[in-house]
Design a protein around this ligand. Structure first.
Ligand code: PMP
Length: 453
């Protein structure tokens, strides 16, 4: 049994990420105790399928002994090595090389961080440095997309375009700009793929003209917008945006923090989109959540411009835990597991998940089903014709999350009535079917709830 004192200690001392502090104090923490495969057990003994892989990160699933062994071995041999002073560790060097070999095109240089937010922050610093080094200091304006998420750091949160990350925090900064999302289900131009691509291309072109072509440094896009509600652009969208950035002399940054490492099928979603970004950010699945780590992939031309610009001077950007050897050892083993069958299993499980969720499309509450691979969402509405969202005052996401939990399923219930799915790639067919069935049960119960309708 979970002791009350743990709940009290949490209430008194632990500040939770992205939470209503007062709401959380009232509700109390739910303590997770153990996990294996795709199943998580809480401190009361209740078992659930983790349909969200923690926070879309435990792609390899829980309880992978070989990862535990790789981390333990590294902890014994060398728990820490700085990358400062020209030093390094074997796992970090090997992981950088393995990643560069697999990354699209000429993304041959890898800068390790602690997670996704500081990976995005690092790109901002590298891009400023790059534009200065090539004699274009006035190219210092950044563009991202509404509903996009690029982390929660002081500066990166301004590229994020979700209201809760801005209100009260003094962002976006005056050099951070947005264009509308491709969000097909609610796009003013309708859901025709070519119309959506044309609208995004026009929006970026207009924004660049408005700011001045010689002032725009970079454009950021997720291959699939994750935290904005799993918004999948039409095929060809990433390529059209990439090509426009090349034409306009703007760096294209692909934020693959969620989509990287098998989440959408291949190791990197950019490969499927057939593009090579100038920089690419990853985290989450890189270590499958077993240890914190992110990675910025830098193309040859950006790296060389920075390196030549600095000459013999230091490029002053670094963290104590850049290229942490234990995280790197975990990353190497996770990569081996992905290629040893997990990517294949994830692709099969992803197809089953998508067809399972599509079978819910005729449910009275389901307005839209979307996704790619093991990354999916259903969008709930009270009126399908009008696409009327669930009434926010009833806090439907909290209710749906709680019901799913009781039904033995962890999903992401976004505030706008969107349910997000990102199960571990190791899921069996039976587990995928259970995710769909438990969702159906949760939706049926929600339909009976007079406050949500
Ligand atoms: N970029 C994207 C696309 C993300 O989804 C996230 C996290 N969900 C981040 C950046 C930030 O990563 P982290 O939470 O590891 O700082």
């Amino acid at each position: 049994m979970l002791s009350n004192s743990l709940i009290e200690l949490d209430r008194a001392h632990l500040v939770h990420p992205v939470a209503s502090y007062r709401g959380h104090e009232r509700a109390g923490v739910r303590v997770l105790k153990s996990a294996t495969g795709a199943t998580v057990t809480d401190a009361t003994g209740h078992q659930m399928i983790d349909g969200f892989a923690g926070l879309w990160c435990v792609n390899a699933g829980y309880g992978q002994e070989s990862i535990v062994e790789a981390a333990t071995r590294q902890l014994r041999e060398l728990p820490y090595a700085t990358g400062y002073f020209g030093l390094g560790s074997e796992p970090a060097i090997r992981l950088a090389a393995e990643l560069a070999e697999r990354a699209p095109g000429n993304l041959n240089h890898v800068y390790f961080t602690l997670g996704g937010s500081d990976a995005v922050d690092s790109t901002i610093r590298f891009i400023h440095y790059y534009q200065n080094a090539r004699g274009r200091p006035q190219k210092n304006q950044f563009i991202s997309i509404e509903q996009g998420y690029h982390g929660s750091s002081t500066v990166g949160a301004g590229l994020t375009a979700l209201p809760a990350f801005h209100a009260g925090f003094g962002v976006p900064l005056d050099w951070q700009h947005k264009i509308p999302s491709h969000y097909a289900y609610r796009n003013p131009v309708g859901n025709d793929p070519q119309a959506i691509i044309a609208a995004s291309v026009a929006a970026l072109r207009n924004k660049v003209e408005e700011l001045g072509r010689d002032r725009v440094a970079a454009f950021y896009a997720e291959p699939i917008q994750g935290s904005g509600g799993v918004l999948v652009p039409p095929p060809g969208w990433m390529k059209a945006m990439r090509d426009l950035c090349s034409e306009l002399d703007i760096l294209f940054v692909a934020d693959e923090v969620i989509t990287g490492f098998g989440r959408t099928g291949p190791l990197f979603a950019c490969s499927e989109d057939d593009i090579v970004p100038d920089l690419m950010t990853t985290a989450k699945g890189l270590t499958s959540g077993y240890a914190p780590m992110g990675a910025v992939f830098i193309s040859d031309h950006v790296y060389d411009t920075i390196a030549d610009g600095a000459g013999e001077s230091a490029v002053g950007h670094g963290y104590t835990y850049s290229a942490h050897p234990v995280s790197a050892a975990v990353g190497l083993e996770v990569l081996r597991l992905y290629e040893g069958g997990l990517l294949d299993n994830g692709r099969k499980a992803g197809a089953r998940l998508m067809s399972g969720l599509e079978s819910l499309a005729d449910h009275p509450l389901v307005g839209d089903v979307r996704g790619r691979g093991m990354l999916a969402a259903i969008e709930l509405v009270v009126d399908k014709q009008r696409k009327t969202p669930l009434p926010p005052a009833a806090n439907p996401s909290r209710r749906i999350f709680d019901r799913a939990w009781d039904n033995g399923l962890i999903i992401r219930a976004f505030g706008n009535g969107v349910l997000g799915y990102a199960p571990p790639l190791c899921c069996t067919e039976a587990e995928i079917d259970a995710i769909v069935e438990r969702t159906r049960m949760t939706l049926d119960q929600t339909l009976e709830d007079p406050d949500v309708r």
